[in-house]
Design a protein around this ligand. Structure first.
Ligand SMILES: *[C@@H]1O[C@H](CO)[C@@H](O)[C@H](O)[C@H]1NC(C)=O
Length: 109
């Protein structure tokens, strides 16, 4: 019993002693700063959110060629986050009949 308590105390110490990462706020404690979501189930959707750890994402989708055999979604989006290396990364993407196409300064073309 006492051994279990000691192990628990050592583990708690390890958790609290962990170095803070370099993001503005630890991701585990991130709060939602903004959240929007519009989706009525037809003609596309859009959503956006931003959290206090420097993450944000927005995405819009529109129906292309509605009512035809080639009806499809055209999705455009952006996601930004601060990685453990302290750098901010952004990916801008489209997703449509030709697949998912991400672009970012850190992604080889
Ligand atoms: C749908 O796409 C195919 C392939 O591009 C094309 O041949 C066809 O004419 C299109 N159909 C309509 C209704 O536009």
């Amino acid at each position: 019993m006492i051994e279990k308590v000691m192990v628990s105390i050592i583990m708690l110490t390890a958790v609290f002693a962990r170095p803070q990462n370099s993001t503005p706020q630890n991701s585990r404690e991130a709060t939602i700063l903004r959240y929007e979501n519009e989706n009525i189930g037809k003609s596309g959707y859009n959503f956006a959110y931003e959290t206090s750890d420097g993450t944000s994402r927005l995405e819009t989708a529109e129906v292309v060629n509605p009512g035809t055999e080639n009806e499809t979604l055209l999705i455009r989006g952006t996601v930004t986050w601060i990685a453990p290396d302290g750098q901010q990364y952004t990916i801008t993407y489209t997703a449509d009949k030709d697949g998912y196409q991400p672009k970012g300064s850190h992604i080889p073309q």
